[in-house]
Design a protein around this ligand. Sequence first.
Ligand code: FES
Ligand SMILES: [Fe+2]
Length: 418
Amino acid sequence: MLTPRENLRITQVGPGTPMGNVMRCYWQPLLLAEELGEADGAPVRVRLLGEDLIAFCGTDGAVGLVDAYCPHRRAPLFFGRNEERGLRCVYHGWKFDRSGACVDMPSEPPDSLFKSKVTVTAYPTWEGGGLVWAYLGPRESRPPPPAFDFVRVPPTHRNVVKMLQENNWLQGLEGAIDSVHSGFLHNDDLREKSQLRNAPARVEFERTAHGLAGAAIHALGDGRNYVRAFTYIMPTHSLRVRTLGRTGAPEEIPTISGQIWVPIDDRTSWLYNYMYATRPDRPLNVAFVDARNALYGRGPDDFGAGYRLKRSRENDYMIDRELQRTRSFSGIKGMNTQDIALQECMGPVLDRSKEHLAHSDRVIIALRKALLEAADTVERGERPGAADPADYAGVRLTDVLVDERVDWADALREGVLR
Ligand code: FES
Ligand SMILES: [Fe+2]
C-alpha cells in the first residue's frame, strides 16, 4: 500500500513530475516504424509522457519529432508540409528542421534576423527493433540507444504487436511482474491439470542494477518444480521466457517475450508486446506467430481501429459466463485481454492506498520501491538503473523443470549453461 502522495509520485509522468523526470532518463518507444510511412510522407500525431508531438519522416529517412504546435502563433503542425528535411507550418509558412531550428520565415522581411531566435521544441529519435524511439530528457544526459536483445535480432526473429491500454502504465507493469496471477486469471482450461504454468506459483527475486530478476516457481506436485525466470528492466520493461511448452516438451521455437508499457499520459498507455526467437537457427514463422498471438487475443482479427482491442470496456471484454462456469477461469478470451480487462477496470489510476498487500505481493512492493528510489536518484542529479544499456547487457532468461529440492537460482544457472 502507498500513501496517496506516494501514489501520485510513482504514477504521474508529465513534465516536471518526479516519475516524469525518471521516464525522461530513458529512450521510450514512440511508435512502430511502419506507422510513419515513406520519406516526406504525412506527419503523424503522437502523445508521449503527456506531451503532444508531431513525428515526421524527413527527406533522408531520418525521423523528426517536434512540439505539436508552431512557436509562432501555436498553429497545429500536424497540418504542416513535410518538405526538404523539415516541417513547414501551413499558417504563415515558417519551416523547422529536425533539430528544431527555424530555417525559413517567409512571412518576415528578407533582412529580418528573427528566424535565428526562434526554435520549436525538438527531440532526438532512434530506430531499432521495428520501433522508433524518442528521448525526451535533457540534451546533456542523453543515454546510449537501447540495446535490448529484441532490438538486435534480425527482423525474421522478431514480432511486435502494439495495443492501446486505457489506464496508467504502472498497473499494467505491475500485472506483468506478478507471476502469481497467471495460474488463476490465465487458466483457460480448468480440466487440464498438466499445464506447467497453471500450477500454483511462488515468486522469488532479487534487486539488480537494471531492476529485478527472479523466477516463478510452479510446484507440479510430483516432486518437480517448473522454474521460469522473469526480469524487470527499469522503468517499463518486463521480460519472460518460454523454452518449454505447456506440458514440458521443448518448444519448437524457444522465445523470450517482453512487454513495454509506454505512458501516453497518466491515464493511457501503449502496450508493446514483443517476442523474439532466441536460437539463430530457428527464426519465427507465420504459423507460429499467428498461433501465439491468437492465444493472447492479439491476432489481426482482435483489433478495431487505433490499435484498440475489440474486446473492450464497452462490451465487458465479451466475457462468456458459460465458458467461465465450465472451462476458463475468467471467461474472457485472450491473455492480453484478460489482463487489460482487470487493469482498465481498476480505474485509470489505481488507488494504491486502498490495497491489502500480502506475502505473494513482495515483488510488487520491490518494484514500487525501485521506482520510488529512482525518483530520489534523479532528484539528486544521478542516473537511474538501466538508463545505460550496460546495466542490462547479458541478462539471459530461461525456464527449467527440476527436482523440487533444487534452489531456484541454481536451477536457472544450470538452464543457461545447458
Ligand atoms: S503559426 Fe505557424 S507560421 Fe504562423
Ligand atoms: Fe497476466
